[in-house]
Design a protein around this ligand. Structure first.
Ligand code: ACM
Length: 761
């Protein structure tokens, strides 16, 4: 080697390494996480000369990529065949997953390989997430990576209810765009319900004139007494032209739009327009409040003709294999007294109204099958016999999913416990009004869509998952975004990423970075990353934590508002007396999120031994039985928090054993009572106290009125005259409320019992 060459080489290397040092590369933060991602040395630079090479006609992917690059770089992009300074889309028969892809980015080029346009499209989505969000003018650098990826589930869905509140086509497209970014592929468009019919059906103009509008809307919460209304006409519908526009927009993003036309229940708007479709033979109005209504379609030939005509137009518009026909929450009261309904039952040898619902659904299924389509229905379609080819959307827990999968039917998982994004996502009291429940990001993230009860063969029927966005309490597009994001991101990882590659802490780090992307997209996401979380440990000490790295927690115990000079949290806080902790997350002396407050009641039950004869429902297991005597009250508005225990339809017995005998002067019980959410405080319960010498049986038997909504610390028992006795055990017998009566939300289903802190003084 000549000296001149060596000098030249070292000069090149020096220049090269100087150049390298200046470049700050982003750490790949792709959501949903790919199955494998390896960061290599080096990077690719997008500059003014970079082109796209579409080697194998991946048209939708190519167009989407060019459109994105033109938007962010502000210049025109050329498509030409090149492998230098190019982003290459290439067919690869080796990639067996139809939605799988690989990306290799290196100094010379970036190659996305797939065996279908859908795969290439997901490669493009990952690539876009590798491109930094700024400095397009000076050239952006993409880290050298090798990615191999494919989805865990075939069905990756998001739902949107546009009946309760309606959102314009621009918003629907924004929602679909966000879904595409997250590699979701099914948009479930809930188009009809009691409160408004939102799709133009040309054969039935009164659906547009009457069913699409309501005279007034409930304001505040359904559980408020008295209920109040705004007195304003509300409504609208999507024209068939707009529907086609949405479908085409979605198709270009590999998203199928699945329309939902609700039947036989949730049909009051249609019946308001055409009263002959109902069974009651009376005029009804489009519903102005939320919930379940008695007015359902009558199973007459006239109704079937109407529905078939409606579905003809729906099928002509929507190319989706699936049509969702609802099937949920259809009260049978009117069918019980309808001559028409009873005649259909008799003539078809049906046992009861449940079999009539099944007959109704099966007729519709047959009709849609004859058009080459398949039905999806909510899990109530299992009652009275499942239609032969139906796919079941399991929402009331996972029981429906298990039953359907064992019977060989496809299933999509949307249980309320993990998939209802209309539930609260933070315990913070000043969250915007929501329907109830509590579904924090972490719970969505940890959802395992495969029910434990299924074996490997049966599990194959679980086709995927979906997040549901019911909009009773979301009046604006901004609010929909607040409720849907970031939970939709967590759901995308449930749907796409194999469990072995999921990691919540890692997801949170990626999410913190992803916020910038959501900002650019002008998405009004909820940010609860900078909140304090608390947990009582086994040593009866309180641990504080926050989700993101590089922050401080500061706290007070004297009731004052913490600031940047308050005590730095560095070890668990002992809880040996009544205590109030206020804490906040700080960075650079600035408070980031909202303040956190936790009160502790150091009562006589704290530290005792507790057992319950039944396990709480696994979706509402709080912090277990011990959480009932840990000194912490559950939230007054989030029954799904870590304190409340939920039992579905079960009678329960609780036993508390004190370490040493204690005087008991007062016991305060807390039951959640929210009939709108199927939760009922018990009508009565039994309290027994025991001394060491034996049982003092039936010391108290207490029937109670459920006079109070939402929360009931009214169930407080004061004991006068037992001061001289000391007790070793407390027993509580709590019968379930029973079946939810007619005319109530969830009528016919078992009621839930929710209980939290048992405060013993
Ligand atoms: C539903 O939430 N009624 C399916």
């Amino acid at each position: 080697m000549s000296a001149r060459f060596l000098i030249l080489l070292s000069l090149i290397l020096t220049l090269f390494s100087c150049e390298k040092k200046k470049v700050e590369l982003i750490s790949p933060s792709i959501i949903p996480a790919p199955q494998s991602l390896q960061v290599n040395p080096g990077y690719f630079t997008i500059n003014e000369a970079t082109t796209v090479s579409n080697n194998d006609d991946f048209t939708a992917s190519h167009d989407f990529l060019i459109n994105y690059l033109e938007q962010v770089t502000g210049r025109e992009w050329e498509t030409k065949y090149s492998d230098n300074n190019a982003i290459i889309l290439e067919y690869d028969a080796q990639i067996s997953s139809k939605e799988g892809y690989s990306i290799i980015s290196k100094d010379r080029n970036i190659t996305i390989k797939a065996s279908t346009d859908a795969g290439a499209f997901y490669g493009v989505q990952s690539l876009i997430q590798l491109i930094p969000l700024e400095n397009y003018q000076s050239g952006v650098h993409i880290p050298a990576v090798t990615i191999k990826d494919q989805p865990g589930f075939a069905y990756r869905g998001m739902h949107l209810d546009v009946s309760r509140h309606m959102f314009d086509v621009d918003f629907i497209k924004k929602y679909i765009d966000a879904m595409a970014m997250l590699k979701m592929n099914n948009f479930h468009w809930h188009l009809t319900d009691d409160q408004g019919w939102r799709i133009e059906i040309k054969k039935y103009p009164r659906l547009q004139e009457v069913a699409a509008y309501r005279d007034s809307t409930l304001i505040g919460h359904y559980n408020d007494t008295p209920q109040q209304y705004d007195g304003k006409r509300y409504g609208g519908f999507y024209t068939q032209e707009e529907v086609r526009e949405v479908i085409a927009f979605a198709k270009a993003r590999h998203i199928t739009v699945i329309p939902e036309i609700e039947l036989p229940g949730h049909a009051q708007a249609a019946i308001a327009a055409y009263p002959e479709l109902g069974c009651a033979g009376q005029k009804v109005n489009v519903a102005t409040k939320w919930g379940v209504f008695e007015n359902i379609y009558c199973p007459s030939e006239e109704t079937f003709t109407f529905l078939e005509n409606v579905l003809d137009e729906v099928v002509a518009l929507f190319p989706s294999k699936y049509i969702h026909i609802g099937g949920d929450e259809a009260p049978k009261t009117q069918w019980k007294t309808s001559a028409v309904a009873q005649k259909v039952i008799q003539e078809n040898g049906l046992k009861d109204e449940h079999e009539l619902q099944s007959y109704f659904i099966q007729r519709i299924e047959k009709y849609l099958n004859s058009k080459g389509r398949q039905i999806i229905g909510w899990d109530e379609i299992l009652e009275g016999g499942l239609a032969p080819n139906a796919t079941v959307m399991s929402w009331r827990g996972t029981k429906g999913a298990v039953e359907a999968a064992k019977a060989g039917h496809d299933v999509i998982m949307t249980p309320t416990s993990h998939c209802y994004f209309d539930y609260y996502q933070s315990e913070n009291d000043n969250e915007p009004l929501a329907i109830g429940g509590f579904l924090p990001l972490e719970k969505v993230y940890h959802f395992n869509p495969i029910p434990d009860e299924l074996n490997e063969e049966e599990s194959k029927f679980i086709k995927g998952v979906q997040g549901n966005v019911w909009t009773e309490y979301m009046t604006t597009a901004d609010q929909v975004e607040y409720m849907a994001f970031p939970r939709m991101l967590a759901m995308s990882e449930v749907a796409w990423t194999q469990p072995a590659h999921k990691n919540y802490d890692n997801f949170i780090n990626r999410l913190e970075y992803f916020h910038q992307r959501l900002d650019v997209l002008d998405i009004n996401y909820a940010n609860h990353l900078y909140e304090v979380e608390g947990k009582l440990n086994d040593q009866q000490q309180y641990e504080l934590s926050t989700k993101t790295l590089g922050k401080e927690i500061r706290f007070t115990t004297d009731g004052s508002v913490p600031n940047s000079t308050s005590t730095l949290y560095d070890q668990p806080i002992p809880f040996t007396d009544d205590l109030t902790i206020k804490a906040g997350v700080f960075k650079d002396e600035k408070l980031l999120g909202k303040l956190f407050t936790q009160e502790f009641i150091f009562h006589k039950g704290v530290g005792a031994t507790i057992s319950i004869n039944k396990e709480p429902h696994k979706s509402y297991a709080g912090s277990g039985a011990a959480g009932l005597i840990n000194g912490i009250k559950g939230s007054d508005s989030r029954y799904g928090d870590s304190e409340w225990l939920g039992f579905w339809g079960e009678d329960i017995e609780i036993e508390i054993e004190f370490e040493t005998e204690v005087e008991v002067n007062e016991i305060e019980l807390r039951f959640y009572h929210a009939p709108g959410q199927w939760i009922y405080a018990p009508e009565k319960y039994y309290l027994k106290l025991e001394t060491e010498k034996g049982i003092i049986s039936d010391l108290i038997t207490t029937p109670k009125e459920n006079e109070n909504l939402v929360i009931s610390n009214y169930n407080s028992e004061r004991f006068k005259g037992y001061e001289d006795l000391k007790f070793s055990k407390l027993r509580l017998v709590i019968p379930n409320y029973g079946t939810i009566p007619d005319s109530n939300q969830g009528a016919g289903n078992k009621a839930w019992t929710f209980i939290d802190e048992i405060i013993i003084r």
